[in-house]
Design a binder for this molecule. Structure first.
Ligand code: ATP
Ligand code: MG
Length: 284
C-alpha cells in the first residue's frame, strides 16, 4: 500500500561555520498511514523537532529521503512542494508565533486564501473548521482576547481549513494550562475520528501520549521503539534508559507485580489499575 508519509533511512546534520556539525537524526525509518493517531515522545534534544520539520519539507534530509504520498520533500518542482505543504499541516508550541491576523476567522481564512481557493469555498471551509474545533462562537473575536488554549485551537483550525491529510504538532500543549491541554487533545481525537485526518503529536506529557493508538520513542536521534501504548509504556526499562517518565498507573502496577501480586498485563490507565486491583481483592 502507499503510505502517507515515509522516512527512508533519513539522517539530518545541522551544519554551521561556527560550531561542529550536530547529527540530529540517524537512520530514521518511519511510516505513517492515512488516519493514524501517533504520538512521538523523547527527552530534550533527542531530535523530535528536527523530525517534525521533515514532515512537510521545512527541513530535507542530509541523506536518505522523506516521501509524502510517494513524492520526495527534496523535489525541485515548486508545485509538488506546495502540494506537500498543503497535505501536511504544522502546528508549533507557541500559538503567538503562528497566528497572522488579529481576528479569529480572518486568521483561519489565511491559508486557503493563499492557496487561491474561491471565496465561497473559503467561507465554507472556515465555518467548518471553526465548528469542528468548537470555536465558532469566537469567530469575530480579537485573537488577543483568547486564552492560550483557544489560540492553539485557532492555529489548528487554520491548518484544517487547508484540508490536510495529516497534521503534525510539535509540543502544541507545552505552554497551555491543563484545561487548554485537554481541549486541544480532545479536538485532535475528534478530527482523527470524524475526518480521518492523520495526527502526529509530539509531547513531553506521558499522560497525553497514552491517548494515542501508536507511540514512537525517540532518543539520541533514533526511533528506539514504536508500537501501541500498552506495549511501549510497560517497557519501563526502555523508558527509563531514555530518561522518560513512566505513567503512574503503569509504574504502580509494575511495583505490585514485583511484590508478587498477579496484576493484569498492559496496565496504563487509572481505570485499568482499579479493575485489576478489584479483581485481586475479590480473590483474597
Ligand atoms: N539550529 C540548530 N543548529 C545546530 N544544532 C541544532 C539546531 N537545532 C537543534 N540542534 C541540535 O539537534 C539536536 C536535536 O534537537 P531537536 O530540537 O530536534 O530536539 P528535541 O527533541 O525537539 O528537543 P526538545 O525536547 O528540547 O524540544 C540537539 O542536539 C540540538 O542541540
Ligand atoms: Mg523540540
Amino acid at each position: 500500500m502507499e503510505y502517507l508519509i515515509e522516512f527512508k533511512e533519513a539522517t539530518y546534520t545541522y551544519k554551521s561555520s561556527f560550531v561542529d556539525p550536530v547529527q540530529a537524526l540517524k537512520q530514521i525509518d518511519l511510516r505513517v498511514k492515512r488516519g493514524e493517531f501517533l504520538a512521538i515522545i523523547g527527552p530534550n534534544g533527542s531530535g523530535k523537532s528536527t523530525l517534525a520539520r521533515h514532515f512537510n519539507g521545512l527541513l530535507t534530509p542530509t541523506t536518505g529521503e522523506v516521501l509524502i504520498r510517494g513524492i520526495s520533500t527534496a523535489s525541485s518542482d515548486p508545485e509538488q512542494l506546495k502540494a506537500i505543504r498543503r497535505q501536511v499541516g504544522m502546528v508549533f508550541q507557541n500559538p503567538d508565533n503562528q497566528l497572522i491576523s488579529s481576528i479569529v476567522e480572518e486568521d483561519v481564512a489565511f491559508g486557503p486564501e493563499n492557496l487561491g481557493v474561491p471565496p465561497k469555498e473559503i467561507r465554507r471551509r472556515v465555518n467548518h473548521a471553526l465548528a469542528a474545533l468548537n470555536i465558532f462562537k469566537y469567530r469575530r473575536e480579537s485573537i488577543s482576547h483568547l486564552s492560550e488554549g483557544q489560540k492553539q485551537l485557532v492555529a489548528i483550525a487554520g491548518v484544517l481549513a487547508m484540508k490536510p491529510d495529516c497534521i503534525v504538532l510539535d509540543e502544541p500543549t507545552a505552554l497551555l494550562d491543563p484545561f487548554g491541554r485537554r481541549q486541544v487533545l480532545e479536538s485532535l481525537k475528534k478530527l482523527n475520528r470524524e475526518e480521518g485526518i492523520a495526527v502526529v503529536f509530539i509531547t513531553h506529557f506521558m499522560s497525553e501520549a497514552v491517548h494515542f493508538k501508536r507511540v514512537a520513542v525517540m532518543d539520541q536521534g533514533e526511533i528506539k521503539s514504536d508500537g501501541p501504548p500498552d506495549d511501549i509504556f510497560t517497557r519501563t526499562a526502555l523508558l527509563k534508559a531514555a530518561g522518560l517518565d513512566i505513567p503512574v498507573s503503569a509504574q504502580l502496577a509494575e511495583e505490585l507485580k514485583g511484590k508478587g501480586f498477579p496484576m493484569a498485563p498492559g496496565i496504563l490507565h487509572v481505570e485499568e489499575l482499579v479493575n485489576s486491583l478489584c479483581q485481586l481483592k475479590s480473590k483474597i
